[in-house]
Design a protein around this ligand. Structure first.
Ligand code: 5RP
Length: 221
């Protein structure tokens, strides 16, 4: 029987467990693939100390499994962060934030020694930008940031009815062909009112566990 996308996500989530050291505090991402990872983590919860979550939703799922959730301030630096992506290149640059958790994801990733990205094969791309790039914006800056993004060649669309865990809005930017993700990540972060953008290029992934019909492939930076 052919493997489903969920089978591939479960396979990479299982493979990511090998990167979790004993007695550590684990950084945990957000989204459907991260959810599979949380479920796998539950099976080895006796050999970890706790987790730091990149969203309220992930915190709730972790706690539901009886895994203690600490704030990043309590935990300090983490050995490993495991999360999915909306798009990733072989250079380990990513677009993230499809679930709207990009800011906390970027913070937890920044505080982690290793970023393990877990994805099914559909996420691997040559050029980022087909998936609309999320930008988290302070609500009063929404129109200003949207006008500036148009000048950069993008088509921003407000994510209707969505508020981030930090109380902000998301602009999803369509029609970008992101040839220089490191540069664009910095340029967008310079716009007044932008909290974070979903480009994870300055700090990309260290390891990509890619779920394919032939098994889990491991790519490294
Ligand atoms: C959430 C994210 C997710 O990692 C990204 O959207 C991938 O999600 P999924 O594993 O459900 O495809 O960045 O903000």
């Amino acid at each position: 029987m052919a493997l489903t996308q969920d089978d591939l996500k479960r396979a990479v989530a299982q493979a990511a467990i090998a990167y979790v050291p004993d007695d550590c505090i684990v950084g945990v991402g957000t989204g459907s693939t991260a959810n599979f990872f949380i479920d796998e983590l539950a099976k080895i919860k006796n050999r970890i100390r706790a987790a730091v979550a990149s969203s309220e939703a992930s915190a709730k799922r972790l706690q539901g499994h009886g895994i203690e959730v600490l704030s990043l301030n309590e935990a300090g630096d983490l050995p490993v962060y495991v999360d999915g992506a909306d798009e990733i290149t072989r250079h380990m640059h990513m677009v993230k934030g499809g679930g709207g958790a990009l800011t906390r994801e970027k913070i937890v990733a920044a505080a982690s020694k290793k970023f393990i990205c877990v994805c099914d094969a559909s996420k691997l791309v040559d050029v980022l930008g087909k998936f609309p790039l999320p930008i988290e914006v302070i609500p009063m800056a929404r129109s200003y940031v949207a006008r500036e993004v148009v000048k950069l060649g993008g088509q921003p669309v407000l994510r209707e009815g969505f508020t981030t865990d930090n109380g902000n809005v998301i602009l999803d930017v369509h029609n970008l062909q992101i040839m220089n993700p490191v540069e664009l990540e910095s340029a967008l972060n310079q716009l007044a009112g932008v909290v974070t953008n979903g480009l994870f290029a300055r700090r990309g992934a260290d390891v990509l566990l890619l779920g394919t019909p032939d098994g889990v492939q491991t790519l490294t930076a």
